[in-house]
Design a protein. Structure first.
Length: 59
């Protein structure tokens, strides 16, 4: 039986450390076999994260 697929969109707010936070998100996503992106928002204090993959990995 195939795993249920899902998508997650989230905004991380607060003090994010330039590219360090996005790299952290990327490494976590790779380890969980997720696909997506992390994007700094214009405020400079928010990062948009969109990921998709198995529901279990997203949880």
């Amino acid at each position: 039986m195939a795993e249920e697929q899902a998508r997650l969109m989230a905004v991380a707010r607060g003090r994010v450390q330039m590219v360090g936070y996005r790299d952290f998100v990327r490494r976590q996503a790779v380890s969980l076999r997720l696909r997506g992106y992390a994007l700094n928002l214009p405020s400079g204090e928010e990062v948009l994260v969109e990921a998709e993959g198995s529901r279990a990995a997203l949880e």
